[in-house]
Design a protein around this ligand. Structure first.
Ligand SMILES: [Fe+2]
Length: 134
């Protein structure tokens, strides 16, 4: 079966903020790269460096979004939305990775990341978009 991308970038995914859009493409690229190896039969236990890279990239991305909010003058106490969101992501991802290794089911991770991306680009950004794009 030919390999394919798991997540495709669409014009609707643009937030009209150049660095946010650039980093979102980077996130999708890492998720799709992970999927590329999974399609080749790799287990998640063998893909830990890629998972680690994704964790670091998400932290980096959320830090960027936090910085944008600071520059837009959002009150510091509201920044906990971003910080809590990042901690929640890491906890959930690590739980799913462990479960995936235990069950030898790498698609659990891809399925989680796909849902996370959907939630990130919709609910999470809807909360922040008024600050990020103005
Ligand atoms: Fe984002």
């Amino acid at each position: 079966m030919p390999k394919h991308l798991y997540i495709k970038w669409t014009p609707e995914d643009h937030f009209n903020h150049y660095i946010v859009d650039e980093q979102h493409r980077g996130l999708i690229s890492i998720i799709n790269s992970l999927y590329y190896f999974i399609q080749s039969g790799w287990e998640i236990s063998s893909l830990k460096p890629t998972i680690l890279m994704l964790e670091q990239y998400v932290i980096f991305h959320l830090k960027t979004e936090e910085l944008i909010l600071i520059e837009k003058g959002i009150p510091h106490k509201q920044l906990t939305i971003v910080q809590d969101y990042g901690k929640e992501f890491l906890e959930e991802l690590r739980g799913i990775v462990n479960s995936s290794i235990q069950h030898k089911e790498p698609n659990e991770v891809i399925s989680f990341l796909s849902k996370w991306w959907l939630g990130h680009k919709t609910q999470f950004h809807e909360k922040l978009i008024k600050y990020i794009t103005h």
